[in-house]
Design a protein around this ligand. Sequence first.
Ligand code: CP
Ligand code: NVA
Length: 314
Amino acid sequence: MSMKNRFRGKDFLTLMDFTPVEIDFILRTAADFKRKLARKEPHEYLRGRTIAMLFEKPSTRTRFSFQAAAAHLGAYTFFAMPQQLQLSRGEPIKDTARIIDRYCDALVIRTFGQEVVEEYAEYMVNPVINALTDLTHPCQGLADLLTIREHKGRFRGLKLAYVGDLWNVCQTLMVVSSLMGIDMYIARPKGYEPAEEILKFAEEHAEERGSQIVLTTDLEEAVRGADVVYANTFHSMGGPELEKEKRIRDFAPYQINSEVLSLAKEDVIFMHCLPGYRGEEMTDEVIEGPHSVVFDQGENRMHTEKAVLALFVP
Ligand code: CP
Ligand code: NVA
């Protein structure tokens, strides 16, 4: 089967389900779409298709980037939050899933537990696309890789330093770093750990690729000589935000400010999945500074999601 047809009809639930070669193909497809858009070349490969979007948490980037990508592809999107649906009155997921499946060619879903996206996938024939769960944010992971490659030209051997909570975005970066051969250093206060299944996956794959995933309490160790410095909130939507004040206190020594960033390589890029909280995980000077690529990164959400839609929607 050609690489192009390998994804058709499949679910996109976590990047742990894909090989480095497959991820590379999705990235190349995204880069191709980015060029097409810049040249104003039409690419309505999904003309008339219908895509349901069900979001249980707020979103700016994921929502609009999927909707823009789908529009460029000629597809229609229908957006709803669960409280607007009969789900809020107790209709089971398995019934909701089978009904959406009869109307729509794909479901893009943002929710809490990974088991929720898995349940939709079980009851739908058409693809389910994970638009963020507590465990992982695979769409973010693709955009991050595309951005890194655009700025650094490669993955293998790069050093990425991460600060932020050890939740979906951190866990996705662990997965993609280990698959693509990036050395990832996570600086965090004692007592905060990623999900065990992610750590196990990342350690095993990093070893295969000759890279490393390092958890440290020492911010300087993480940032010194880094090619990429990546910040994320200390209090993600869902669980972590319930202990927001405590987390802001615990993570305060891990802020990326200009002094910290100066420990990295001279041509370091500063990344952030956004939304960002100035004065917490980074200073205004850093996010607005010359190393910051956060808006290129945000833009790349649209190009990578377009690739996912074009490749996965049957
Ligand atoms: N980075 C990201 O997923 O942003 P939104 O929550 O705005 O979608
Ligand atoms: N880790 C953040 C990412 C938001 C896109 C959260 O889950 O809130």
